[in-house]
Design a protein around this ligand. Structure first.
Ligand code: NAD
Length: 298
C-alpha cells in the first residue's frame, strides 16, 4: 500500500480520501479548513500541518481543489519541488484546460509525471467510490495514476494528452447544460399546449427527442424516474457548479475559435438563474425560471 498525500478534502475530496484509506492506503491530508481536516481524521487519514508537509514523503499526490488558481498555487508553491520526484501527481479538480496543461508542463520540466483527472458524478458518487474519471497525460502517467483512480471510481478513461481530461469534462458538461435547458423549455411548452407531461415523457423518451436530461434526470416533479425535481431540487448537481463549467467551456471555445451558440445560451441562462438566487439548487431547477415561477429561496 502506498503513502498518498491528499490536498482539498471538501465535499468531493472528503469521500475520495476516505475510500483510499478504506483500500488500505496510508493517506496524509491537508486542507485550509479545520472542519475538512477533522472529517478526514475521522475517516482514518493522518493530518499534516501544511501541504508541503503532506507531500514530503508521498508516492502519490492527489488534489481536489475549487478552481485553477488554487491548483496553480498549491502545485507551484507546495508540490513541485517539495514532493519526491518519483511521486505521481494527480489533479482531480475541474479547472481550465490552459492551467491544467501549464501545470503538467511545469511538473514535467521539474521531473514529475502528472495527470489531469477531473470527475463526473457528484458527492454521493465520491462517497460511494463510483466516480467517472477523464484523464489527460502520457500513457505512462495514466498507468501510474490508474490504480488510485480505480479505488475512487467505477470508470477511468484515458482521454488523451495533458489537458484532455479537462477538455472532455467541459465538452460533456456544455452538452449537459444545453440539453437540460432545452429539456426544460420543451416541458414548459408541452404543458402550455395542453399535453399531459407524463404522457409526453413516455412518447419523447422513446422518440428522437430522447436525451439523458429528460429520460434519466427529468426536471419535472412526478414525471419519469425519481430525480432532484422530486426532492424540491435539493442535492444533485448545483446550478452554480454548472455555471462554473459552462464558463470554463466558453473560455475554452474562445481559445480555439469554436462556434458554440447553444453553450453560450446555456451559460447566459445559468448566469441569470444564479443572479436570481438559484445557484444552490440542483441545475434542473432552471425549469422554474423558464416557467416564470421561480421564487428565490429565503
Ligand atoms: P469544496 O469547496 O467542497 O472543496 C474544496 C476544498 O479545497 C475545501 O475544503 C477548501 O478548504 C480546500 N482548499 C482550497 N484552497 C486550498 C489550499 N490552497 N490548500 C488546501 N486546501 C484548499 O469543493 P468540491 O465540491 O469538493 O469540489 C472540488 C472540485 O470538484 C471542484 O473543482 C468542482 O468543480 C469539482 N466537482 C464537484 C462536483 C460536486 O458535485 N461537488 C462534481 C464534479 C466535480
Amino acid at each position: 500500500m502506498a503513502r498518498v498525500a491528499f490536498i482539498g478534502l471538501g465535499n468531493m475530496g472528503g469521500g475520495m480520501a476516505a475510500n483510499l484509506v478504506k483500500a488500505g492506503h496510508d493517506v496524509t491530508a491537508f486542507d485550509l479548513s479545520e472542519d475538512a481536516l477533522l472529517r478526514a481524521e475521522g475517516h482514518g487519514a493522518a493530518r499534516a500541518g501544511s501541504a508541503q508537509e503532506a507531500v514530503a514523503n508521498a508516492e502519490a499526490v492527489i488534489t481536489m481543489l475549487p478552481a485553477g488558481k488554487h491548483v496553480r498555487e498549491v502545485f507551484e508553491t507546495n508540490v513541485i519541488g517539495c514532493a519526491p520526484k518519483e511521486a505521481i501527481l494527480i489533479d482531480c479538480s475541474t479547472i481550465d484546460v490552459a492551467t491544467a496543461r501549464e501545470e503538467i508542463g511545469k511538473a514535467a520540466a521539474a521531473g514529475y509525471e502528472m495527470v489531469d483527472a477531473p470527475v463526473s458524478g457528484g458527492i454521493a458518487a465520491a462517497d460511494a467510490g463510483t466516480l467517472t474519471f477523464m484523464v489527460g497525460g502520457t500513457d505512462a502517467a495514466f498507468e501510474r495514476a490508474r490504480p488510485y483512480l480505480e479505488i475512487m471510481g467505477k470508470a477511468v478513461i484515458h482521454a488523451g494528452a495533458a489537458g484532455s481530461g479537462q477538455a472532455a469534462k467541459i465538452c460533456n458538461n456544455m452538452l449537459l447544460g444545453a440539453s437540460m435547458a432545452a429539456t426544460c423549455e420543451t416541458f414548459v411548452m408541452a404543458r402550455k399546449l395542453g399535453l399531459d407531461l407524463q404522457t409526453f415523457f413516455d412518447i419523447s423518451s422513446k422518440a428522437s427527442g430522447q436525451c439523458w436530461s429528460m429520460t434519466t434526470y427529468c426536471p419535472v416533479p412526478g414525471v419519469g424516474p425519481e430525480t432532484p425535481a422530486d426532492r424540491g431540487y435539493q442535492g444533485g448537481f448545483a446550478a452554480a457548479l454548472m455555471l462554473k463549467d459552462l464558463r470554463l467551456a466558453m473560455e475554452a471555445a474562445q481559445s480555439v475559435d469554436a462556434y458554440t451558440p447553444m453553450g453560450a445560451e446555456a451559460e447566459t441562462l445559468y448566469a441569470r438563474f444564479a443572479e436570481l438566487g438559484g445557484g444552490g439548487r440542483d441545475f434542473s431547477a432552471i425549469i422554474k425560471m423558464i416557467d416564470d415561477s421561480w421564487q428565490a429561496p429565503q
